[in-house]
Each structure stands twice: as C-alpha cells, then as structure tokens.
Design a protein around this ligand. Structure first.
Ligand code: NAD
Length: 336
C-alpha cells in the first residue's frame, strides 16, 4: 500500500480537460449509466447555509462509484454570487478522492473546473441525445457566465455546428462580453445579443439556461411552441406550466425533486411526478425515447458521481504525466 497524497492544481486540470473534451463527455455518460445500473452511491447533497448571508452557500456532495475505476470522495463547493461583481467566479471547490478499499484519501483536486466541465459534459450529452444530431440552426444562451462559457466551449470542442448564437443576460454587458470574448466568430453565420428572454427562447432551436435566478420568471408555454430542446442547467428559470406542457428528461428523479427546482415546483403543483418521461441514461440505453412533437426539457440536478468520474480520469492523467504535487509523508505515524 502506498500512502502518497497528490494535490492537483487548476492549471493541470484545465489542460487535461481542454485537451480532450470528448473523453470528458464520455466519462460523464459512463457515470450516468453506472448510476442507472445502481453501481453508485449518491446521497443527498448537504447545504451549509448562513442566516446572515442568504445568497451564499457551501455544498457537500459525497459519492461513490464501484467497478473497475471505483472511487469514493466528496466535492465541497461554495457558491457566492457576489464574487462575480468583484471580478472573479461565483463558485470555488475542491474534490477529495478516497481509495475504495482502505478509505484513505489519496488526492485533492481543484474542482471548480471539474464541476464546470462535468456540467458542460451533461449539457452536451443532453443536446446530443435530445436533438439526435450535432448541429442546430440556432443556439440560445440565457445567462452568460462561467457555466455558459463551459457549455459553449464543450459544444464547439466536440464538433457541434451552430449557425446562429443568440445571447441574453440580465446584465447586457455580460452578453456583449460573451459575444466578444467567448464566441468563435468563424464558427457561426451570426451572433446576436437580445435584450429580452422571450426573443431568446422563441428564436432558439437549442436553448441553454445558465442563470442564477432563484425562482421561475419564464411562465408562458407559448414561447416554446416551436418545440426546442432546453438544457435547464440553472434549474429554476421555468415555471411549472412550461414543464407540464413539455417532454421532461432528468438525471435522477429523486435528486431533482428538491431545493425548489422547476421539476420540484412542478411536482408540488401536479401532486405527482408523471410529467417526467425518463432519464438521460434511459435515453442512452434506448429504454426511453424523446417526443419531438413537444418541447424537450433536460433538467440535470448534478450528481457527485459525475465529479468523481471526471476527477478520477483527470487524476490518472495528471499522475501519469508527473503533473501532480505528490506528498509522500502526508499520512504520518502509520504504525499501530
Ligand atoms: N445542474 C447542474 O449540474 C449545475 C452545475 C453547476 C452549476 N449549475 C448552475 O449554473 C448556473 C450558472 O452558474 P455560473 O457559475 O455560470 O454563474 P455566474 O454567476 O457566473 O453566471 C450567471 C449569469 O446569469 C445572469 N443572470 C442572472 N439572472 C438572470 C436572469 N433572470 N436572466 C438572464 N440572466 C441572468 C447573471 O447576470 C450572470 O451573468 C447556476 O445557477 C448554477 O447553480 C448547475
């Protein structure tokens, strides 16, 4: 048994992930399939809340993946929305990996990039399985922060063709910045920013919601009459009447019915969960199908097992290329 402990920095993690986004998406897909096959343990996240700072939280996501690449661990992720106005990202995180046999922690990874990448991986998988092809006429992005950037980069990095990009943010300067600094001009015929969410919704064949809205503000199912695919990443933008008029896919039915997400509010309104038509893993396995005669909404709650799957892959890559910071005496006094 070696008791090495590796620390892996964000720079290394960024390089590994951005060099192979397709592999990152594959790892996320495998984790979804493992979860569906009950080869995971993924308890509820624990929210540390502060009475005097209602917008801030730190969330613990413990999880375990069994099988050949088995690993346990925990992501500890902070969300402080005011950070954005200070000029740095809202979320910061670490991921601890534990050995499946001994329980010993063997690595600590910067995890804001892992978290954003696994979220983008889910979004790309959702887009792939719900549109059926890696091209769309129009991609709308509502909320143009860091998660939106990762999702856009992952779509582009995995070969998606997008004719037109439509951007909308509550802060118009954020949409302008995204158009200027993030969008790859040579990949699109047109990039526009729009001042109202209705135009963004109505014009988008594929719609990404990546805001920090705490409660629904999109109420009109009529905006979705053109049957778009919606990647409901921020989870709280859509009112129950929109979900009730749509085909709904989730990552895990029990997990997503929490914390006043749109599916949770819809369950409270409807008194049941029958508006959920399947999980992303069931689409991948062919045991569920999408209904293209209605809007399709993918609401992934985000599970710790995805962070573990991506974190384990990044750990292997960093260690095999000697890019981890290894501490051989992290665990000391190991005699009994
Ligand atoms: N489902 C998942 O697995 C998962 C994982 C990670 C993050 N998220 C969610 O993704 C969201 C985005 O995270 P981020 O790190 O990019 O945040 P961020 O603060 O960097 O960006 C959010 C952007 O949304 C804009 N915005 C806020 N309210 C809006 C509204 N009503 N309409 C339009 N724009 C609005 C803000 O101005 C900001 O530019 C968060 O809600 C986060 O919880 C989900």
């Amino acid at each position: 048994m070696d008791f090495n402990f590796s620390v892996i920095a964000g720079k290394v993690i960024h390089q590994v992930i951005h060099a192979n986004m397709q592999e990152c998406v594959r790892r996320v897909g495998d984790a979804y399939l493992a979860h569906e096959a009950k080869k995971t343990v993924n308890p509820d996240s624990y929210f540390l809340l502060f009475p005097d700072r209602p917008r801030d939280r730190i969330i613990a996501l413990p999880a375990s993946l069994s099988g050949q690449d088995g690993v346990s661990g925990i992501k500890w992720i902070s969300s402080y929305p005011n950070n954005v106005s200070r000029g740095f990202p809202r979320a910061s995180a670490v991921l601890v990996l534990n050995d499946i046999d001994t329980g010993y922690p063997f690595a600590c990874l910067e995890a804001s990039i892992i978290s954003a990448a696994r979220t983008a991986g889910s979004a790309v998988l959702g887009a792939r399985w719900m549109t059926g092809q890696p091209r769309v006429r129009s991609l709308g992005i509502v909320g143009n922060g860091l998660i939106a950037r990762y999702i856009y980069e992952f779509l582009m990095g995995t070969g998606w063709e997008v004719d037109e990009v439509i951007l909308h943010d509550l802060v118009p300067a954020e949409a302008e910045r995204f158009a200027r600094e993030v969008c790859q001009r040579d990949r699109h015929r047109k990039i526009v920013t729009v001042p109202d969410v209705e135009t963004a919704v109505r014009s988008s064949e594929l719609l990404v919601l990546a805001t920090v809205a705490p409660a629904p503000y999109i109420h009109d199912p009529g905006l979705f009459a053109h049957n778009p695919v919606v990647l409901n990443i921020s989870l709280r933008d859509l009112a129950p009447e929109v979900l009730l008029a749509s085909h709904n896919i989730v990552d895990d039915v029990d997990h997503v019915m929490k914390a006043n997400t749109s599916p949770h509010l819809t369950e409270k309104r409807a008194g049941n969960r029958s508006f959920v038509n399947g999980t992303i893993a069931q689409l991948m396995q062919g045991t569920a199908k999408v209904d293209r005669t209605r809007p399709i909404i993918f609401s992934p709650f985000g599970m710790g097992v995805l962070d573990l799957a991506v974190g384990r892959w990044v750990y292997e890559a960093a260690v095999s290329s000697g890019q981890d910071v290894r501490i051989s005496d992290f665990f000391f006094d190991l005699s009994r």
